[in-house]
Design a protein around this ligand. Structure first.
Ligand code: KG4
Ligand code: ZN
Length: 332
């Protein structure tokens, strides 16, 4: 018998809904909120209101595009954390009400775990175990994935996430939010070795990006004091140099994990996995360490409900259903 699940993702500033049927994604609608771009970051109040405004339309579109009627659904999945609490409450409450009214199971999915398995979208066979790197605006984690429900966190950020570091450095340079993709584009015509920034040393596989952000701020301010046109005159080189440093910090930690855990596969997900230098470095690692690197399709790297639908298919098979008194969480 065929299994069809509707999934909802509202953990940050993207309202998304997806339908998966027999392990294949049939629709994946993502509405990105543009309201935050001039505000320098996601404003939680605005994000929650926008989700509330958009969610019915986005869910309907996901159903229509996949030619799915509500009566065809076997379960409803939603992200229940980590993320912005107000935003999560919109998605989880909406999912609970559909589940309750249709009398079908509710499946609450962890956003980071969904990113970690996003490369398995539309695949029937998954090669466990593997090392997963999730690099996004909210999270930077290295995990050992024994199976979908046996995930060990090897390292994570102690402060800012790497995407956040891209965005904050971009803001210091006067770029709009999210600055990560803009830094990526600007870097293509820049010299990655023109400027050097100190590496924050953190033991093991944990990360810290707040130190580099502060030294970047001092670097820009000092140079602006000497030359008020410093940013405009060096935009590409500044972007390229900070991107190089941030990517190297991630690769260094990933190498520690690969030396410690002998796996033949790694998976990379999260918005920063769209970064072209990171993708390049990962391809080199593939040869250097004789390892297969699975990078999620760009559309599945950034926040999307298809990855929630994808993760929920494993939970559905094992009947890992959630209770109606489950509460969203902002941090894990
Ligand atoms: O996974 P995601 O869509 O949302 C979160 O869960 O955070 O990731 C968004 C983050 C932002 O910080 C954005 O600047 C960053 O991913 N990002 C990039 C690129 N594309 C998105 N950072 C660097 N280079 C990119 N090409
Ligand atoms: Zn995310």
């Amino acid at each position: 018998m065929s299994t069809t699940i509707l999934a909802i993702e509202t953990s940050c500033d993207d309202t998304s809904a997806s339908v998966i049927s027999d392990d294949i994604i049939k629709s994946n609608i993502v509405s990105s909120q543009l309201d935050h771009s001039k505000l320098g970051g996601v404003v939680p109040e605005i994000a929650s209101r926008k989700h509330q405004k958009n969610i019915t339309y986005i869910v309907n579109r996901a159903l229509i595009e996949s030619s799915t009627k509500l009566s065809m659904l076997n379960a409803i999945a939603c992200t229940n954390g980590p993320g912005l609490l107000g935003s999560l409450l919109v998605g989880t409450s909406f999912a609970k009400s559909i589940s309750y009214s249709l009398g079908i199971p509710l499946i609450c999915v962890d956003h980071i775990k969904a990113h970690a398995l996003s490369h398995t979208i539309n695949t029937s066979k998954v090669d466990f175990p593997f090392i997963s790197l999730v690099v996004s605006g909210g999270h930077t984690q290295i995990m050992y994935i024994e199976s979908y429900d046996n995930i060990k966190i090897l390292g994570e950020t102690r402060d800012d996430a790497v995407g956040e570091a891209f965005d904050k450095c971009g803001k210091i340079m006067g770029l709009d939010y999210p600055a990560g993709p803009l830094i990526d584009v600007l870097s293509k015509d820049g010299d990655p070795f023109k400027f050097n920034f100190p590496n924050t040393k953190v033991p093991g596989m944990d990360f810290s990006f707040s130190g580099i952000k502060t030294s970047f701020l001092y670097f820009i301010n000092d140079n602006l004091n000497a030359n008020k046109n410093f940013i405009e005159e060096n935009l590409n080189d500044i972007a390229s140099s900070i991107q190089y440093k941030l990517v190297e910090m991630v690769i260094d930690k990933l190498k520690i994990a690969l030396n410690e855990y002998k796996v033949s596969n790694i998976a990379v997900g999260g918005g920063v996995a769209a970064n072209s230098l990171l993708r390049n470095r990962l391809m080199k690692l593939e040869n250097e360490m004789n390892i297969k690197v699975n990078i999620s399709d760009i559309q599945y790297c950034t926040d999307n409900a298809a990855m929630i639908a994808n993760f929920s298919r494993f939970m559905y098979k094992d009947k890992k259903f959630s209770r109606y008194d489950s509460v969203p969480f902002s941090k894990n």
